[in-house]
Design a protein around this ligand. Structure first.
Ligand SMILES: [Zn+2]
Length: 240
């Protein structure tokens, strides 16, 4: 069910894509490091009586490109003042090099996932077309001026897409109809960056939406979520 939505001619920044077959010889002579995934804390939000929810974005260091999954938020806005955002924007983090990011992926376009898109002008931002259409047309969906910040360039994707060798975008409807997850094969392990497909670990322990069931079906070793400090891992059966 892989539907390649784009011709390679539209992907100038990915033109240095390695021949995937060369990867098979990993460890024989020219060692290629597997991709790594690093969470970056960018904010927290008030979500209940004195309760705060972290907001993370994730950097995937792939041998062929440095990929950022979601961009958090960088400023306050009256529409979300009730969530009292405390910000640690990427643009203010001394050890985060904005220029090092080659490609951006939005899991979805809620305000706490796209608010830093404006920092990445000139880089392609991959999002499901359905999500982009909804963010542009539905009322109270997001903070639209953050989605449509000047210079932001979206690459709408229809369905699944292998963006880089071993790094796939897969639609995961549930949190929003146009949500997607990022599936990364790394050193024989499968790691998912799931956005808000699950907001809490319990959503994956007991999956209810199509997207949550998809994540479980893919049988990942780890799932990084936007609003949890640690990755979710499947429960290991203790009664072997
Ligand atoms: Zn969120």
């Amino acid at each position: 069910m892989t539907a390649i939505a784009l011709g390679t001619g539209q992907l100038p920044t990915l033109s240095a894509m390695r021949d995937p077959h060369s990867r098979k010889g990993e460890g024989v002579g020219n060692e290629v490091s597997p991709p790594t995934i690093t969470p970056v804390f960018v904010a927290d939000l008030l979500v209940g009586e004195g309760e705060r929810m972290p907001v993370y974005v994730h950097v995937v260091d792939h041998p062929d490109a440095r990929v950022l999954v979601d961009t958090g938020l960088t400023q306050l806005h009256p529409a979300v003042a009730d969530m009292d955002p405390r910000l640690s924007p990427l643009s203010a983090q001394a050890d985060f090099d904005l220029a090092s990011i080659d490609v951006v992926i939005n899991t979805h376009l809620h305000f706490d996932h796209c608010g830093g898109n404006h920092l990445f002008t000139g880089r392609p931002i991959y999002v499901q077309r359905r999500e982009l259409d909804d963010a542009r047309s539905k009322d109270d969906y997001t903070i639209r001026e953050w989605v449509e910040a000047p210079g932001v360039r979206y690459v709408p994707v229809d369905g699944a897409l292998e963006l880089l060798p071993g790094l796939r975008l897969v639609p995961a409807p549930g949190h929003t109809p146009g949500s997607q997850i990022v599936v990364v094969e790394t050193g024989g392990r499968s790691v998912i960056v799931g956005g808000d497909t699950a907001v809490f670990f319990a959503d994956l322990d007991e999956p209810r939406t199509e997207g949550q069931r998809l994540v479980r079906t893919l049988n990942p070793d780890e799932v990084w979520l936007s609003h949890e400090h640690q990755p979710w891992r499947p429960q290991v059966d203790q009664h072997v």
